[in-house]
Design a protein around this ligand. Structure first.
Ligand code: FPP
Length: 238
């Protein structure tokens, strides 16, 4: 049994910036997409580990609004991995009992991938454990899209501008109804938030780790949770 389990329960929601795939591949003289492929395998392992620990929600940064700047080959490779993952889920929904959801502006994805995302959301909607893929996602973009949606509701007479509160605004975000992550993990040694969950991370604990994402193991997740438990969360109080 991992050390932390004896003292405190695991967080309910963990978010991960899956960083370091490119460096992992470079170290081995492999193309960058080999790193992403291994990164997708790591996600399969870690999602299962999260389920075992009773973590109800896992949110992963799979493709940012800025990642379109990468080569066509790399973008196509990441999209292929995502398609393969979703086809695998859809081929036997009972085998991976997880509710798949998406944050981000999916309209820039191919119609085929958009359809697969919609099907995966529909066909897994009854599961309790949730896996959120952030796809063509940026925290600022999410907030702007939410503000636009609220403004449209005001213009249509469905909402009053004076009634806007944090609670009301939250309902317009991609994460509507999902509790904020208590813990955000960034492997690969980088110490940036990179436009990830800007609104939802207001009180999250960040754990930065030196391991590259394809090398990330269950024991690294356990170590991040143990670090989270050592932190004293005060939410602005004393
Ligand atoms: C960041 O590492 C990683 C990404 C931009 C892509 C993450 C995608 C996956 C793990 C696979 C997607 C598939 C599924 C099933 C989710 P980087 O490439 O920026 O690494 P580097 O900083 O070492 O170059």
């Amino acid at each position: 049994m991992a050390l932390f389990e004896k003292k405190q329960p695991a967080p309910k929601h963990i978010a991960i910036i899956m960083d370091g795939n490119g460096r992992w591949a470079k170290k081995r003289g492999l193309p960058r997409n080999a790193g992403h492929k291994e990164g997708a395998e790591t996600l399969r392992r870690i999602a299962e580990h999260c389920n075992k620990l009773g973590i109800m929600t896992l949110t992963v940064y799979a493709f940012s609004t800025e990642n379109w700047k990468r080569s066509e080959e790399e973008v196509a490779g990441i999209m292929r991995l995502l398609r393969d993952y979703l086809l695998e889920v859809l081929s036997d929904v009972k085998k991976s009992p997880v509710r798949v959801c998406f944050y981000g502006d999916l309209t820039r994805l191919t119609p085929e991938l958009q359809e697969l995302c919609a099907r995966a959301e529909r066909e897994t909607a009854h599961y309790e454990h949730q896996l959120n893929f952030c796809l063509n996602y940026g925290g600022r973009d999410e907030i702007v899209r939410a503000a636009r949606a609220f403004a449209a509701d005001v213009a249509a007479g469905r909402a009053e501008s004076g009634d806007l509160t944090e609670e009301v605004f939250e309902k317009y975000l991609d994460s509507a109804g999902v509790p904020d992550p208590e813990l955000i993990i960034r492997p690969s040694g980088e110490m940036r938030t990179s436009n990830f969950l800007l609104w939802q991370s207001a009180y999250s604990e960040y754990v930065f780790m030196d391991v590259l994402w394809p090398d990330f193991q269950g024991k690294d997740l356990d170590a991040a949770i143990a670090e989270y438990h050592r932190r004293n969360r005060r939410f602005g109080g004393v």
